[in-house]
Structure formats: C-alpha cells, structure tokens
Design a protein around this ligand. Sequence first.
Ligand code: NCD
Length: 489
Amino acid sequence: MARRRKAPATRHIVSINDLSDNDIENVFKIAEAYLNEFPDPNFPYRIGRSTNIASDFILASLFYEPSTRTRLSFESAMLRLGGRVITSSDPNTSSAAKGETLADTVRVIGNYADVIVIRHNRDGAARLAAEYSTVPIINGGDGSHEHPTQTLCDIFTLKKRHNDLKGLNVAISGDLKGSRTIHSFVYALARFNANILLMPAKGMELPAHVDNRLRSEFRCLPVPRAKYETENASIDALYVTPDEPHQLSLMPNVDIAADVKINKIRKIHAMYVTRFQKERWADKAEDYPKINAKFLKGRRYAETSVLHPLPRVDELDAALDNDERAMYFEQAAYGVPIRMALLSLLLNLDKKDSLERFDGGFERPKYAIYDQANNIGIRCRNKNCIVHDEAEGQYARNKFFVVATARNDGSYLRCFYCETDIERFVVAHKKNKWYTKDTAALLSQNEHQLRELIIFADETAARDGGFHHFKRNTVNTRPGLRKALKSHS
Ligand code: NCD
C-alpha cells in the first residue's frame, strides 16, 4: 500500500505580504534580466522570445471569475519559459458546476500541475486553497481581498519610471473598498516608503482593516485632513511613511512628522485609477471619479504617471492614451516578465535564486492563532469571506490571528482567510463556563491556551452557549484573570 508522505513546506503567494521586500526586489531583478535576455527589439517593455528552462513543469490556471490579463499573462509567461499550461477558466464546464469544492479541486490538480494560479469571487478563497494544496498557490485575485501579482506589475512600473519608491506621492482614485488590486498595492507602497493619497468615490473608502494595518503594521502616519492643502478637494485621506523604521517611535507627536513630510506633497508622482467593481456592489455608483486631461491639468500633475490595472470602463479617458504620462499599457505588458520571474522563483528554475532562500526584508509579525471548528463560536463578519460559502465553508475553520491593538490595551481578531478585523467580541473559558468582554484577555495566551477558550460574537451568544459573565472588574484584576485563564489551561 502506498504510504502517505508528509508534504514538504510549500511557498504560496496569497498576499503581497507573503513576499518579503527582498523577494520583491528579487522578482524585479529577474524580470529585468528576462527583458534583457528575451527582448522585443521594438518595445522595451515586451518579452519577444522564449526559452525552455521550465520544460519539466506545468502551470494550472483555475479561474472562477472573468479574467483577461491575469490568466493570459500567466499562461504566456509559462509558455515563454518553455513550460506547459492547463486551464480551467469556466466554472460552468468544470466540476465546480457539479458542486466540487476548492479544497478538493486543488488537492486533485496538485497531481496534474506544479503550480496553480487561482482567481475566485470570494475573499480568502486563495488562502483556503493554499491550506489544502501541496503545490504553490498563486492568488490571481480573490474577491475584494488581494491581487498580489498585479501589485508586482504596478510597483515594477513605478520603479521603471521613477527609479525609487521612497518619497513618491501616489494618489489612488476610485473604488478603494471593492478593488483588491488597491489593497495589495497600498501595503507595498507603505513598505517601500511611498506616501499614499486616497481619492475614493463616495462611500468607497479603504476598508477599516486595511487602514488598521497601514497604521499599525506598516508604520503609516495618517495626516489630519486640516493639515494638507485643500487645493485638491478629492484627497480624502493621506498617509505618510517615516523614512527610517525607528523614526515613528522617536516622534513625540505624530503631527510633527506629518508636518515635515507634508511640505513635500506638492507634486503627485503617480495616479492609480481603478474601475467601479460593479460585481461586488448591489447598487450603481454615483459621481464616480473620472480621470481625464482636465483633471490632470496644473503643475502638480505635470509629470504624473497614470496607472490602471485595467480593464477600464469610463473612469479613465481614452483620450489620455497618447499622453506621455499614460503608463497603463506598459504596466499590463510587464505582466509577462514579472510573472516569468515569479514562476522561476517558485519553481526553483534558477538554483541560485529561490524564494525559499529568503531571509530578512519584511517580516510578518508572528500572531498567535485562535482556531476552532467552523460550527463553534464566532464567525468572520465579512459576508463575502470564503468561510460563508455553503460548500467551501465546510473546509474552512473559525480561524483568526490575535492582534494587539496599537495601545496594547485590547486585541482584535483578524480572519485567517480574508484578513478582515473584528474589534468587539467576548472571550469564554470552555471548562469554567465564564466569559469576559475584556479582549485583552487573549493577549497573554499561547496557542495551546487559546484552545481552552471559545470566542463569541457577543454576550447573548455566550449566554446562549451556557456561559456566565466573569464577576470581577476585569480591567483592574487583569493579572487575576490571566492567572485564572492560565490555571485552567
Ligand atoms: C483587476 C482585477 O481583476 O482585480 N484586473 C486585473 O487583474 N488586471 C482589476 C479590475 O478588474 O478592475
């Protein structure tokens, strides 16, 4: 009988934050090398020839949502490398139509292909797929969560035009809530020290959990509205990043840091335009911002490079296509060398350069994980999260990172799959049958101790579960509470 071997650790790219700064630089270095090695003599941004270094490998593209650029540029990249491609791009003609789940599909396709690119309409779908896959999963866009390889193209384009991201003023316009490209993009901008200027359509501001992370994990300083010029009323929020990692903690007053930087926000270096993500909203958009020559008039936009992940609808005027500032077709062309580079690294095509060798760069904070079966306690509050899909959700768990609040006086839960945060919840002790609303109770717990707890959405759910309120004032007796938690773990 064939014995099951324990699967070796596999590197998945679900979020841009699954790549360190060094990894990203490495992708860019290899992409640049491919552009030089396999050039199109007429277009410097286009790969014009092929190689056969990936001839042993097969890429599977597994697309549950429409795509042109992401799927075709991944497939082109694999073919340019000499590899082969198998595709499932229409859920109506695959076993998904018979009700097969992602967890099963990736376990099967992992035997047919060496790397899987997946696109799905649910937030967190790629992370769920990664939990079950023995071959690398690359997220080609999951709901409104993230689209990390688009960000690699975006950042590469900015670097080609402006050399360095540090201190660049990057404005982002449109559907900041629904656009997954923006969520990966802002994390990368913060990590590479660019300043971020948000110009959302009405009601489409950056989601709270992305804002949370920009501030707490990526050292961004939000600048109070009154501090920046009102010359451009469309700027709704502005984040600056300190030049040095330790600078923030040395700043006695965040406003001072902001004042120093704000003087430099005279010029917009890049404008990132996005379409209204109509598939993620119930209503039509009203007053959606349109970027055209009139908008880009004036000195501050004189040298602005204009980016768009595409497809565009009518938010970006076609009349700009011949404008020197338009970068979006070049940006789309970079999809091939960038994805060739990423595949080379994931498939270990160049023995000198492999993602597994990574050390240094951006380090993910190590958060403890609260992990319970999917029928116990709190659920992710994002209704589009994969955990709420009736079929797929069977394979997901109620799994959250425990993240300390900035002031360390409480904690919040970040969904393991879609990364949405929950700020209020109650913590109950399985054996002792009490609960507390003090979210700081989670902070001192290791993963083993966390297994003794059940987290509920609110007091009613805890009481319905047969738990009673912890009697003492938990704020004043927190050490006592922790002791109580510990003694029962
Ligand atoms: C984007 C996507 O799918 O998120 N497209 C792409 O991959 N370039 C942007 C969009 O659809 O608006």
